[in-house]
Design a protein around this ligand. Structure first.
Ligand SMILES: [Zn+2]
Ligand SMILES: [Zn+2]
Length: 1199
């Protein structure tokens, strides 16, 4: 302690010396040499403040404090800090917890700040209402709660302040000071002497009347006095800055609103008044004149350069007596709007916001560049409709704000739940308390985008609900895409005035649809002065969220969830059909199903946004965002595949898409009775992808520089400008083969020679001309070919990461293969030594093949038409397709997929069967064909869905044992989806025909309806079979006793053969299962009791001889069941007119030759020999009772 006291004088000395040096350098008026008195005054001032705090530990000088210059703060203080000379440590300790729990208090530094308070900007050399602290080293912007105008231009010690270095967004790179307490003058302030005479003043009522009698004033300037009832925001336009204040009567009466007068303050030196004015206090403004605002229809009071602002003290003013009839009642004395009209739109939906004053504390910063904050933990605050840049640097949690004439908007919708306060230009936002919190760390999207948000308000003129939604949507999009795919800065900032930011481009389609169509520019004067008030915040309608931009993995998850939530075996296999299916049939029918979700299926509707990527692992196209990738099937437009590889890396946005979920289920339901039990599902998996047309999407090329350095290689695979050196060659593609795992020889260096299955595909075609070298930005002339006679045909092998080109390569297109790097002779001609070994085994004998290198890129050459290359896809003729000729076994055609079934049960070989209807010009009724896809082509390519149109190239044609033609996938098969399943399925009614039409044309309809008459029943069979092994079960017991048939579930099966005719021809119709009930004319109850009677014998078969209906039965004729059935089958309730829907029993793809017409003898008076066509065989699809039975009566008498 003794040592401390001994040291004290010397350390005080050192402090004083340092202080003197600092003051001389940084504060003393420059160019006047050392000024001892000046220095002493500063030190005295510091001492006074230091000693005033009481607990100064016995020191007369603040030894722990040091002086800091503006320059040093700027240069060395990189962290926010505060300094409170007048505070004790205890005071700081009680203050700091205010910042908690959510914030960190500003760290305390022991710094002495002395400087001149001024509103003159040193840099701009002008005044614009901002405040600065200046010393000899520079000046810093500052904020002050309660400015006394007499302080300006004087030197002060600032006893309590904080310094905030520039935030990331702040382009000026200037920090600022927050002055907490009133500054302490270093020299006593000179008080201007009171004017001797009372000031003559006008009060608002007279002053507003005088505006209409402007001529009486003859240019005289007047003084106005009144209570400050309204203060506008400080408006800064390119031309000038100004604000408008309104003075009201001192003693408010009912008519207060009318008796107020507005005054425009636009002299630069007076703009700082905005900081000194307190609503509710009374003021005198001197030397005002009446003036007309250009382009505006009435006059206002305006300050002159000699005007002063002072507080109104009753003794110092005297009301001015004016001559003339000014005081006549005039309710129109205040400006009213003449051209204001209510906005269009349904009246009930538009609401008016409320104008109010509010005092509150900021509790959260929601989005700083967008001007969104939280007030008092429960209100939103939007400052975007003001120019709030100056306030932006100050506002953080803990700041107290007074909001004048702020709009309160409730339930704005669009995803915003709480009420929002929003300030337009009419009301000022006044700072009423600083925050002791250190500013939080800004996330990247918080640092950028201020310009974009300003554009939304000032150029797009968005109302608040839409603005809040747009801000949210931009946040959502930035989260999706930044920073991995794009940088925040580039997403939110515009790259050039004509090139809006990517963020805005993504929102533009929605904003175009929802933003006000007439974008009138806001007029600040009108907005502040006019009554009734009109501004973008005045009227609003609750907004339905237009779109959400979900993360791709969220979308995928939701799709999956919905697909499984809606998976119900009972719905997929409704009764009565399911009741007749065997175990195997039942489970196969459940094995594959799909769900298609349209954007409208979501609330709110979802828009798809992502970067298009070509996967080098799977060869498919994907949309990618930060959350993941979603596979997609893209078509340029209807029937047109994607061909341009430059689309890779583009940002895609679409509102029209199909989210497809394919469900694969492995189950072992014993029979339809158990369909409700989930325990029989053994395995379920799903495949999710989206499909859409590019013509429905917004495609935004992302400049190369935008890609993050760590972006995956495939997004960089197509350079916009291409390599600077390199060579290229044109290639015409004639055939593409399937993308699948093929066996490749291991490379020569590898130890094992075993073939390795590698994902790959090949294309064949020919080179067009020789290799071209890069010359500047284009390509040089093709090199002459070394051997003109040599065939330019080549087979290109894509494996490894070059499989990413798969989706872009299509027959008939010309592509340019580009190899970057220095020219290598014969690069595109011979198989390099490194690649020879990498040939698929199946191509071992092929002469000219070339492996596409990973680093090669592909460009679409746009002029294939010039070369005379047919663009139509080759298709096999129908005769070739449906002929027994198997020498030409590869067929190609376009077809619509009718159904897709999967065999996925253990006892059947896994395969997918597509039933398609072939598109052909040869026949009115498209023939049908089955296409089988088996391993290794499973799972099938994306997009092979019922309803889709697909082009199949080089399918293998086969003929079944029953002479049906069917097709199979093979490794050379190429599949191209031409169109997606229709969004709404319209089932066209079957054509109504005469039966004879089926005999006449070789290509009649496969399915149709005919009105006909049941002539006789030919046979009827009812039986109960084991669901598992389908052998007959008398009394419900499977005859094949064994471990395989333990379930003992039996199902009923039925079939009936009817002879029908419609007067033009006759046909044999087979009905099965539940159609038998309809054929017999039984209702559901009668049918099920009939089946119950059959359960005991297990099987009942009736055969009728034709004609004459002689009964042949498996059971004894006296059996009552047989007798009943016999009677029924010969009764008019069965032999009746019906409307029959049917399909041909013989498939269109059946290639057994038709029976020729045979000669038959008829006895009609004279014997008659006539040619009779073979009898038609039909399978029943449904039977309806005829509505008009009489019309068929005529046919009964035939022969
Ligand atoms: Zn307003
Ligand atoms: Zn069985």
């Amino acid at each position: 302690m003794a040592a401390c006291q001994a040291q004290a004088p010397s350390s005080e000395q050192a402090w004083l010396e340092a202080a003197q040096t600092f003051i001389q350098e940084s504060l003393c008026p420059t160019g006047k040499g050392p000024n001892v008195q000046f220095t002493q005054s500063v030190i005295d001032c510091v001492k006074t403040v230091w000693l005033s705090q009481g607990k100064n530990q016995g020191f007369t000088l603040p030894l722990s404090y040091s002086f800091v210059s503006v320059q040093n703060l700027r240069t060395y203080q990189h962290l926010p800090c505060c300094s409170h000379l007048s505070w004790s440590s205890i005071a700081y300790q009680t203050w700091a917890p205010e910042a908690r729990p959510n914030g960190v208090p500003l760290p305390r530094e022991r710094l002495l700040l002395v400087g001149t308070l001024t509103d003159l900007s040193e840099e701009q050399g002008c005044r614009n209402g901002s405040l600065y602290v200046r010393d000899n080293t520079g000046s810093l912007g500052c904020e002050l709660i309660d400015l006394d105008l007499s302080w300006l231009g004087h030197l002060f010690l600032f006893p309590s302040w904080s310094y905030l270095p520039p935030a990331r967004w702040n382009s000026s790179k200037e920090g600022h000071l927050e002055l907490w307490e009133a500054p302490v003058p270093v020299f006593p302030l000179t008080i201007s002497p009171d004017p001797l005479t009372p000031i003559p003043v006008l009060y608002p009522q007279i002053a507003s009347c005088l505006l209409r009698h402007r001529s009486k004033l003859r240019g005289e300037k007047q003084n106005l006095a009144g209570k400050l009832i309204r203060l506008s925001a400080l408006v800064k336009s390119k031309k000038k800055a100004y604000f408008i204040l309104s003075l009201g009567e001192l003693s408010p009466t009912v008519s207060q609103a009318i008796n107020h007068v507005s005054i425009i303050v636009q002299i630069p030196a007076q703009l700082v008044w905005h900081r000194a004015l307190w609503p509710g206090k009374a003021y005198v403004l001197t030397q005002l004149r009446v003036s007309r605002i250009p382009g505006y229809h009435y006059c206002v009071w305006m300050t002159s350069s000699s005007s002063h602002l002072m507080l109104l003290e009753p003794g110092r003013v005297q009301e001015l007596e004016l001559e003339g009839p000014f005081l006549e009642a005039d309710s129109k004395s205040h400006p009213t709007s003449s051209n204001f009209q209510d906005k269009k739109g349904p009246k009930g939906l538009m609401r008016d916001s409320r104008l109010l004053n509010y005092m509150g504390t900021v509790t959260d910063v929601l989005n700083e560049p967008a001007g969104l904050y939280e007030l008092d933990g429960q209100l939103g605050l939007c400052l975007a409709y003001q120019q709030f840049r100056a306030l932006r640097r100050v506002i953080r949690p803990g700041v107290r704000l007074e909001l004048q004439d702020v709009h309160l908007l409730q339930s704005v919708g669009g995803g915003t739940t709480r009420p929002v306060l929003a300030s337009c230009l009419r009301g000022a936002v006044l700072l009423r308390g600083f925050s002791c919190q250190k500013p939080g760390r800004q996330s990247s999207h918080q640092a950028h985008g201020a310009f974009l948000y300003e554009q939304l308000v000032w150029e797009w003129q968005l109302g608040l609900p839409l603005y809040l939604w747009a801000v949210k949507a931009l946040e959502e999009l930035a989260c999706k895409l930044c920073p991995h795919l794009l940088r925040h800065k580039q997403f939110l900032q515009h790259s050039s005035p004509r090139n809006p930011s990517l963020g805005l481009q993504l929102l533009a389609p929605t904003l175009d649809a929802l933003a006000p169509s007439s974008r009138s520019i806001r007029n600040a004067h009108t907005e502040i002065l006019e009554e009734p008030h009109h501004c973008p915040l005045q009227k609003y309608a609750r907004l339905q969220i237009p779109y959400s931009f979900p993360a791709l993995d969220t979308l995928e998850k939701e799709g999956r969830c919905r697909a499984w939530a809606s998976f119900d075996p009972k719905v997929l296999l409704p009764l009565p059909e399911a009741a007749h299916l065997s175990t195997c049939q039942l489970n196969n029918r459940l094995a594959w199903s799909w769900l298609c979700l349209l954007p409208s299926a979501f609330h709110p509707a979802k828009a798809l946004v992502g970067v298009l990527v070509a996967s080098s692992h799977k060869g498919c196209l994907q949309l990618r965002d930060r959350s993941g990738s979603l596979s997609c099937v893209l078509l340029a437009k209807h029937s047109q595949p994607l061909t341009d590889p430059q689309l890779v890396g583009c940002l895609i946005r679409t509102e029209k898409f199909q989210l497809v979920v394919e469900r694969d289920v492995r189950s072992n339901f014993p029979s339809w009775k158990e369909l409700g039990m989930t325990g029989f599902i053994q395995k379920q998996q799903s495949r999710v992808y989206v499909q859409f047309f590019l013509e429905d999407a917004l495609i935004l090329p992302v400049p190369r520089s935008f890609h993050h350095s760590s972006s995956p290689p495939q997004t960089e695979s197509t350079g916009v400008e291409g390599p600077h050196i390199g060579q290229s060659r044109l290639f015409l593609l004639s055939h593409k083969e399937a993308l699948m795992k093929r066996n490749f020889c291991a490379s020569s260096g590898a130890t094992s020679g075993l073939p390795k299955p590698t994902l790959s595909f090949h294309v064949s075609g020919c080179w067009l001309g020789g290799t071209q070298r890069k010359e500047g930005t284009g390509w040089g002339p093709p090199e002459p070919l070394t051997d003109e006679s040599k065939d330019q045909k080549v087979l290109l092998i894509f494996l490894g990461s070059s499989v990413r080109w798969f989706e872009f390569l299509h027959p008939g297109q010309v592509y340019r293969f580009v190899a970057p790097g220095p020219a290598t002779p014969k690069l595109f001609e011979v198989e390099g030594s490194s690649c020879t070994s990498q040939r698929p085994l199946e191509l071992a004998g092929c002469v000219s093949c070339l492996t596409v290198q990973d680093e090669w890129t592909l460009e679409l050459e746009s002029s294939p038409d010039v070369l005379g290359i047919p663009k139509a896809l080759p298709e096999s003729s129908l005769t070739n397709l449906l002929s027994a000729n198997l020498t030409d076994s590869l067929v190609s055609f376009s077809a619509a997929i009718l159904s897709r079934i999967m065999w996925n049960t253990e006892d059947v070989r896994r395969c997918v069967k597509l039933t398609v209807s072939i598109e052909t010009v040869d026949s009115e009724f498209p023939p049908r064909l089955d296409i089988y896809i088996e391993d290794p082509h499973l799972p099938p390519p994306l997009g092979l869905l019922p309803g889709a149109r697909v082009y199949f190239y080089q399918l293998e044609k086969r003929v079944s044992r029953s002479h049906n033609v069917y097709c199979c996938f093979r490794s050379s098969t190429y599949v191209q989806v031409l169109s997606f399943p229709p969004e709404t399925i319209v089932s066209a009614p079957l054509p109504h025909i005469y039966l004879a039409e089926l005999q006449q044309s070789s290509c009649g309809p496969f399915q149709a309806t005919a009105s006909c008459h049941v002539v006789s029943v030919v046979s009827l069979q009812l039986r109960w079979v084991c669901a598992h092994c389908t052998s007959v079960c008398p009394q419900g017991k499977c005859l094949r006793q064994g471990p395989t048939c333990f379930t003992q579930t039996s199902i009923s099966q039925a079939s009936i053969r009817l002879l029908v005719e419609d007067g033009t021809a006759e046909a044999m119709v087979t009905c099965t299962d539940y159609h038998v009930a309809a054929a017999l004319g039984l209702c559901a109850n009668e049918w099920s009791s009939l089946l119950e009677f059959v359960r005991k014998p297990g099987r009942v078969v009736l055969q009728f001889m034709e004609p004459g209906a002689q009964l042949e039965s498996s059971a004894k004729t006296e059996d009552p069941l047989t007798l009943y059935l016999h009677t029924l089958c010969t009764s008019p309730s069965v032999l009746r007119p019906i409307v029959l829907s049917f399909e041909l029993e013989r498939k269109p793809s059946n290639i057994t030759p038709l029976e020729p017409p045979r000669l038959q003898r008829f006895q009609c008076g004279e014997p008659l020999l006539t040619r009779v066509n073979p009898r038609l065989r039909l399978a029943c699809l449904s039977i309806q009772e005829s509505e008009n039975p009489i019309s068929l009566g005529a046919f009964a008498s035939s022969c």
